[in-house]
Design a protein around this ligand. Sequence first.
Ligand code: XIL
Length: 497
Amino acid sequence: MTEQSPHGRGRTKPARRHGPRIALAAVTTGAVAAVSLIALSGTAHAASTLGASAAAGGRYFGTAVAANHLGEASYAATLDAEFNAVTPENEMKWDAVEASRNTFTFSAADQIVGHAQSKGMKIRGHTLVWYSQLPSWVSSLNATDLKSAMDNHITQVMRHYKGEIYAWDVANEAFQDGGSGARRSSPFQDKLGDGYMEEAFRTARAADPDAKLCYNDYNIDGVNAKSNAVYAMVKDFKARGVPIDCVGLQGHFNSQSPVPGDYQQNLQRFADLGVDVQITELDVAGSGTAQANSYSTVVNACLAVSRCTGMTVWGITDKYSWRSGDTPLLFDGNYAKKAAYTAVLTALGGSDSGGTSAGTTNGGTSAGTTNGGTSTGTTNGGTTNGGATGGGTPPAGQGCTAAFRLVSAWTGGYQVEVSVLNSGSGALSGWTTAWTQPSGQTIANLWNAVQGTSDGRTTAHNAAYNGQLAVGASTTFGYVVNGGPPPTSLTIDCQSA
Ligand code: XIL
């Protein structure tokens, strides 16, 4: 199906968004039974990207995208490898699309929409009615004119993308901070009064009935005066049949505004009003474990709320973040995955090891830098390993060594990667590793190997597909532990089969 836009631009709509991922899940579910893996997410090979991991749970994982960076190879490659939804960071705002009254410019936004569609990504539209990034001609209109300019803006922009936008932020940041619960002053509020909001939502529904219509704001992450005011508005809209489908919680967190303790509860209370909730602009100032933990908390809260349909981070790389000094994103300035990345992926049920010996490279997309120890501030166990010990003598020349590496740690858990190296002089057709789990720490999920026990120790032997190792070759497996603290090193014995 192709829509010819009013501007002569044809776009091919994605036929299937998650087809290949669903197929993969079905195949790997079979593999679970075959090798008796314990899998939290229901797939043996946990997905190895943010988007695929979220999709396995029926959600999207998106990012804000700036059109002017799409030409940068690492930017586009990381976007395409990791994310399955986009939000144009600035390109759909009023000043970008209608700088002069009734003259619409969609070129930059179209670039993002076209890119996203070619990759089967969902698109969030951001944003239609907002006091900021608003051209001065709008502010100078009288009430009658302003209402018709607002309706025209919503109608023209939404029609241009009709059928192509998953959810629109119809209104953005319309409430004041602090305890008043009042509406924020804006040309719309000041000249049209509270009623402009439902006018905007009704106009939006008429313009594109298939798009979900969201109210989006910041500092509404916990239960507070501002979120109470938004809650009351949504409740009123639902009661009176004013069309609203979702609430977007921006999720800009820092030390002054950390993830609130009642975050999940707050998401749930909105969902209980009969709207979806989405985390729309997530970023967390900081670094290392603290940052990673905040990200995990947000992801886990969304996953725990069935109507939380997806999460979007506000940018790909720290270097292009709107708050780049806060290093708030999942990839550093060189597109290396940060501890926060691993925490999000793990929370989503994914795994960086992803079934290849490449293990922690970032999806072949960019620098290929490994993550874990360096950015978490946690100790990287690295080289501790043991040779072949116990349980019989392997054939001459055969041997393996196993090395422990702490990938990431968070409150109450951590993730380990074990690399198994054929350190002998003959090919290996199988291997078994063994180690002593720290007491009280249980393995929640192990992948790319088959878990067992022997003499009170934990064992993991090769899966069907990674037992054969040429001389000098290596493979990896991984596991997640419930409990802590993580050991700084761990002796893992390895024996050839
Ligand atoms: C920000 C963009 O990231 C910046 O590039 C721009 O200069 C200002 O706007 N809340 C929102 C987003 O809804 O649109 C804002 O985006 C960040 C705060």
